[in-house]
Every structure is written in C-alpha cells, then in structure tokens.
Design a binder for this molecule. Structure first.
Ligand SMILES: Cc1cc2nc3c(=O)[nH]c(=O)nc-3n(C[C@H](O)[C@H](O)[C@H](O)COP(=O)(O)O)c2cc1C
Length: 210
C-alpha cells in the first residue's frame, strides 16, 4: 500500500471483530514507526498505556460512556503527555549522548540546553500552556500511531478520554502523565463508515495571508 492508499484507507472503525488478539510484536512494530514522530526540541512527550486485558478494557468502557467498540477492540490505548519531558534531566538524557559521541559540540549542547530551559520555564509560567503543549505533541504522535497501525493491518478509532481521575486510580497512572486521548485498535468489522464530508481545500487553506 503506498502512502496515499494508506492515508485514504484509514477510517475510524465503526466496530471491531471480537476476539482478534494483537501480540506484543504487533505493538512493537507499530511503536517502532510511531517513535519517529516529531516533538518540540525532540523531547518526546508521548507515553502510551496499552490495555489488552479483557476485564481492564471493560473498566475503560465503563468510564467512557460504555462505547461498545472498547469491548470488541483488541486493545484500548491511552495516549498521555509526559509533564516530566520538559525537566532538564530528561533533556540531558536525550542530548547528553550526542555530546558524548561528539555528534554535538560543547557549545551547541549548552546553547540547546539553555533554549530548552527557557522553553520549559515559559510553559511552567503560563496557565494551561503545558497541557496545550502536551496535547499538541501527543496529537501528532497519535496520528502516526494510527497510520502505523494501518500499515500493519490494524484499524483504529481515536476517542476522547473521560473520567480521567477514575482512570488514573484504576490504572495507577502517575501524576506526571496526562491522558490526552485514547485509541481503540484491532481488526475492523467489514462495515466501514463512509468518509464524512470534508471541506474543500480552498475553504480551509489560505496562501500568503487572509
Ligand atoms: C479527539 C477525537 C475524539 C473522537 N471521539 C470519538 C468517539 O468517542 N467515538 C467514535 O466513534 N469516534 C470518535 N472520533 C472519530 C471521529 O468521529 C472521526 O475521526 C470523524 O468522524 C472522521 O471520520 P474518519 O476518522 O473515519 O475519517 C474521535 C476523533 C477525534 C479526533
């Protein structure tokens, strides 16, 4: 399937074939592609909680207005933004090895660290800014997850997360991980939702100003 076919064949699954299992290998393949997603300063904000256990999936279903496709999906994946990603030790983990291997020189490294510190302080100083940044980064990541899943023959449906406090308690999600959305994944039933109306390109794209 070429890229155009891949993009066009992704639909939000109406429902999934029950009892289709996804293996750890399936998820590993999908995440190996997903991890190439871009992120601000390459800080890689996105974490995933993959829930394949039937009883645990039912718990998510209960907390998500009983959407049936959570029951039939092979897994429901909680997409989370990691607030610790903007802390300097995390940045050092990503950039330190580049300095050590001399891919990045000392000056470049220090400049980058200073820029990240300024970015981090800015996000902490403005109400809601960090959550917005997490959603921005996790949203891009999640889209790539869905395309990667399709590439490996799996269908998806993006969903909002609901009852986040209860979800946290149920799955021991630590405070620094902010659930942003979730994705059901598995093998779609034959019925494919017709592509919903899309605005013509001219309606949502402007060149060189309004
Ligand atoms: C943030 C978000 C939340 C969504 N929540 C749901 C949902 O709860 N249930 C559902 O069936 N689809 C949900 N969708 C899927 C949209 O309905 C779907 O993407 C849209 O109708 C376009 O269809 P397509 O993805 O098949 O092109 C959601 C999509 C997004 C991006």
């Amino acid at each position: 399937m070429n890229f155009e076919e891949l993009v066009k064949s992704r639909h939000s699954a109406v429902n999934f074939l029950e009892n289709e299992q996804m293996t750890e290998e399936d998820f590993k393949n999908i995440f190996e592609l997903t991890k190439t997603a871009p992120s601000a300063y390459n800080l890689q904000f996105t974490n995933y909680l993959v829930i394949t256990n039937k009883d645990k999936k039912e718990k998510v279903k209960e907390l998500s207005y009983h959407q049936y496709k959570i029951h039939t999906a092979s897994a429901v994946v909680i997409v989370m933004g990691n607030k610790n990603s903007i802390e300097m030790p995390e940045a050092e983990k990503i950039y330190g090895p580049l300095k050590m291997l001399k891919i990045m020189d000392e000056v470049d490294y220090e400049t980058t660290m200073n820029m990240i510190k300024g970015y981090s302080d800015g996000l902490k100083g403005e109400q809601g800014a960090l959550n917005l940044e997490l959603s921005l980064n996790a949203g891009l990541h999640a889209m790539l997850f869905m395309l990667s899943a399709k590439h490996y023959g799996f269908d998806t449906c993006p969903m909002h997360v609901h009852n986040v406090d209860e979800l946290r308690k149920e799955f021991n999600i630590p405070d620094h991980l902010e659930p942003v959305m979730m994705i059901t994944v598995g093998k779609s039933v034959d019925k494919v939702r017709a592509r919903g109306y899309r605005k013509p390109v001219g309606e949502f794209v402007n060149f060189n100003g309004y």
